[in-house]
Design a protein. Structure first.
Length: 234
C-alpha cells in the first residue's frame, strides 16, 4: 500500500523521544520528555498522538518501513533468485534500523495483550511494504498468503536479531536464509499437492473457492486486512 508522509510535527516528537526510549521505554515519561524538548503545546502533541508514546512507537516502526522502501528503490535485483531478493529485502529492513533498543522496547510494548493487535498490524504492514517494494502484482488469494507468510518470517527474524551479538549480525543473516529456505520447501509441497491427480478431487473445489478471493483495492475499506492504517500514517 502507498505510504503517506506523516505530519512533520509528529516526526519532531519522535526524534525528541528516541534518546529517552532506552531508559524509560515507550512510556508517558518519554512522551512528556519529547513534548518538553520540542516545546510543543501539550494539546497539539495529544492531537497528533492520542495514545502518547504508543503512537510514536508505531510511527518509529512505519518510518522504518518507509526507509526500507526508499532503499529498495535504489536496488537492482540483478541475478538474484526471487527467494534471495526477498531475503535481501529483509536484511535491508534491518539495516535501516538506527536504534536497536527502540525496537526492543517496541517489541515488548506491542506484546502486551491490549496492544497485540496493533503489533500484528505493524508486522503485516512491514510484510506488505516488502512485497510492494519487490513489485508484487498478485491480486488474488496469493496477495494474502504472501503477506501472512512473510509476517511470520519477519516476526521471527526480529526476535532472533534482537538477541544476536555476532559480528555484523552474521548469525541473523544465516537465520534469514534458513527461514526463507523453509518457506520455499512449504511452497514446493503445496505445488506438489495441487498437482497430485490423487488429491485433485479435494483440491479443485478449494482452488475454485480461493479463486474468488481478491486483493484489497487501493483506497478501499481500511478495515480490510492488508489495508490497516496506523494513526493515518499508512
Amino acid at each position: 500500500m502507498p505510504m503517506t508522509a506523516p505530519d512533520p510535527a509528529k516526526l519532531q516528537l519522535l526524534e525528541a523521544a528516541l534518546p529517552n526510549v532506552a531508559f524509560d521505554g515507550w512510556s508517558p515519561a518519554t512522551f512528556k520528555a519529547a513534548i518538553d524538548a520540542t516545546q510543543m503545546d501539550p494539546a497539539q502533541a495529544r492531537a497528533l498522538c492520542p495514545r502518547g508514546a504508543v503512537d510514536l512507537a508505531a510511527l518509529f516502526h512505519t518510518e522504518g518501513d518507509r526507509a526500507m522502501v526508499d532503499a529498495m528503490k535504489r536496488e537492482s535485483r540483478g541475478n538474484r533468485r526471487y527467494s534471495e531478493w526477498v531475503a535481501h529485502a529483509l536484511r535491508v529492513r534491518l539495516d535501516v534500523i538506527e536504534d536497536k533498543e527502540a525496537v526492543r522496547r517496541g517489541t515488548a510494548l506491542f506484546a502486551l495483550p491490549h496492544l497485540a493487535a496493533d503489533g500484528a498490524k505493524l508486522i503485516w504492514g512491514t510484510a506488505d511494504a516488502i512485497w510492494t517494494a519487490l513489485g508484487d502484482t498478485s491480486d488474488d488469494v496469493n496477495w494474502y498468503t504472501k503477506r501472512a507468510t512473510l509476517s511470520g518470517v519477519w516476526a521471527s527474524v526480529v526476535l532472533f536479531w534482537l538477541g544476536d551479538q555476532s559480528e555484523g549480525h552474521a548469525e541473523t543473516d544465516a537465520f534469514i536464509d534458513r527461514r526463507i529456505a523453509e518457506v520455499m520447501q512449504i511452497e514446493k509441497l503445496k505445488a506438489q499437492v495441487n498437482e497430485s491427480r490423487l488429491l485433485k478431487p479435494l483440491t479443485a473445489p478449494l482452488g475454485r473457492l480461493m479463486g474468488m478471493v481478491k486483493a484489497p483495492r487501493a483506497g478501499g475499506d481500511p478495515r480490510v486486512p492488508g489495508m490497516w492504517r496506523m494513526g493515518g500514517d499508512r
